[in-house]
Write a protein that binds this ligand. Structure first.
Ligand code: CAA
Ligand code: FAD
Length: 379
């Protein structure tokens, strides 16, 4: 067993670290405060190849492995989880789904601009009344011969307003349950497609989360990915990889908070010595470091299995479950180590604490990860 990164993987990690420090850190507090989408930063991420990291270069991707992807996700998320969720959705949900299951025409038309970062994408599964219970879709894609007529509402869609290309999961044959669902490529600007108001969120406030409304939108049959009824399997298989991306995001939030707390504890003095020399504080730091390392090993294992083309769904869920819980616990302790300073925005840890929470909710809540893991180990 070799726990060593390749030179290329180290280079990607370092490039992502530099990008986070130079491009993401300035203005991150203001973007959070004002709920501003990181437009310029996302454009640069695209130009540097971070929005199509694992896509084949023949479709404008960077042709990297999943390990490189999680290393980059960790570095971006240490500083700005609102930017990193754009990276995660575009790479592991939208580009992956199109590259793995799309037709050649769909890859030419949609994957190429997405992988080049010329446009960004969104993945639209959740609905007002179908979140964890994802098969109970109410959005209908009615088969009209050479097109589908799309009606319904999607909720909580990341990149909701900033995206140009949307992968929309909808029910075509309700009587067939999960086997009656399709996935359609919807373009911004199609007649009858409108975007609801932006959600005012606790965390990842720079990310634009919207509901989407479809009112008699005509979608050509050629925009369906895969066979009739493949939409639910598409969503589940794509989310298996997506969960690795969110696990890496959670890991980054945790390690970002830990690094800030470690430095602060060495500098802040109380009772005549740095607080890091108080056992109560040093033990917190020891627990944080240990939890983060455990989470990192799971994230790396899930990414490695995916790269080896071995089954990875169980490990993706384990990695997301563990890393998101570590992110929450670590960020709470990072605020505690900062005392009153941790409670104000300038010290960054309060934002990381708010950002951590969503990693336990989206791409399947912690309860859903446990359900997936339990089903895997019991079958
Ligand atoms: N891979 C392949 N097939 C899968 C699968 C997987 N990982 N998971 C399920 N399936 C298949 C099943 O085998 C089954 O097919 P068969 O009937 O042929 O056997 C079919 O799908 C239905 O599966 P289940 O009976 O297991 O379905 P269920 O109703 O019990 O639900 C669930 C399973 C795991 C709870 C699923 O609904 C789920 O993952 N829910 C969470 C939804 C979610 O993660 N949403 C994320 C939205 S995207 C997002 O959040 C993005 C973001 O924030 C940035
Ligand atoms: P519910 O499913 O109503 O869950 C409520 C509670 O019940 C949770 O604690 C849940 O764990 C628990 N619960 C439900 N079922 C079970 C069960 N069987 N066993 C045990 N506990 C259970 N979705 C997209 O499709 N695309 C996106 O881009 C996207 N981005 C998002 C961005 C943000 C900021 C947020 C907050 C959400 C986003 N989502 C997105 C939606 C997200 O995936 C859902 O919120 C999530 O799957 C949970 O669904 P729900 O909110 O309907 O909660």
């Amino acid at each position: 067993m070799i726990f060593e990164l390749s030179e290329e993987q180290k280079m990607i990690r370092d490039a992502a670290r530099d990008f986070a420090e130079i491009e993401l850190k300035p203005g991150v507090i203001e973007r959070d405060e004002n709920q501003t989408f990181p437009v310029e930063q996302v454009k640069k991420l695209g130009e540097l190849g971070f929005l199509g990291m694992m896509v084949d270069p023949k479709y404008n991707g960077s042709g990297l492995d999943s390990i490189s992807y999680v290393l980059a996700m960790e570095e971006f998320s240490k500083i700005d989880a609102s930017a990193s969720v754009v990276v995660s959705v575009n790479n592991s949900l939208v580009c992956f789904g199109l590259e793995k299951y799309g037709s050649e025409d769909q890859k030419e038309k949609y994957l190429k601009p997405l992988a080049a970062g010329e446009v960004i994408g969104a993945f639209c599964l959740s609905e007002p009344e179908a979140g964890s219970d994802a098969t109970s879709q109410r959005t209908i894609a009615e088969d009209k011969g050479d097109y589908y007529l799309l009606n319904g509402t999607k909720n909580w869609i990341t990149n909701g307003n900033s995206a140009s290309i949307y992968l929309v999961i909808a029910q075509t044959h309700p009587e067939k349950g999960s086997k009656g669902i399709n996935v359609l490529i919807v373009e911004k600007g199609m007649e009858g497609f409108s975007i609801g108001p932006k959600e005012n969120k606790m965390g990842i406030r720079g990310s634009d989360t919207h509901s989407l409304l479809f009112n008699d939108v005509k979608i050509p049959k050629s925009n369906r990915i895969g066979d009739d009824g493949f939409g639910f399997k598409f969503a589940m298989q794509t989310l298996d990889g997506g969960r690795i991306g969110i696990a890496a995001q959670a890991l980054g939030i945790a390690s970002g908070a830990y690094e800030l707390a470690l430095n602060y504890a060495k500098e802040r003095k109380a009772f005549g010595k740095p607080i890091a020399e108080l056992q109560a504080i040093s033990f917190k730091l020891a627990d944080m470091a240990t939890d983060i390392e455990a989470a990192r090993l799971l994230v790396m294992k899930a990414a490695w299995l995916k790269d080896q083309k071995l089954p990875y769904a169980k490990y993706a869920s384990m990695a997301k479950l563990k890393a998101s819980e570590v992110a929450m616990k670590t960020t709470i302790e990072a605020v505690q180590i900062h005392g009153g300073y941790g409670f104000v925005k300038e010290y960054h840890v309060e934002r990381l604490m708010r950002d951590a929470k969503v990693t336990q909710i989206y791409e399947g809540t912690s309860e859903i990860q446990r359900l997936v893991i339990a089903r895997e180990i019991l079958k």
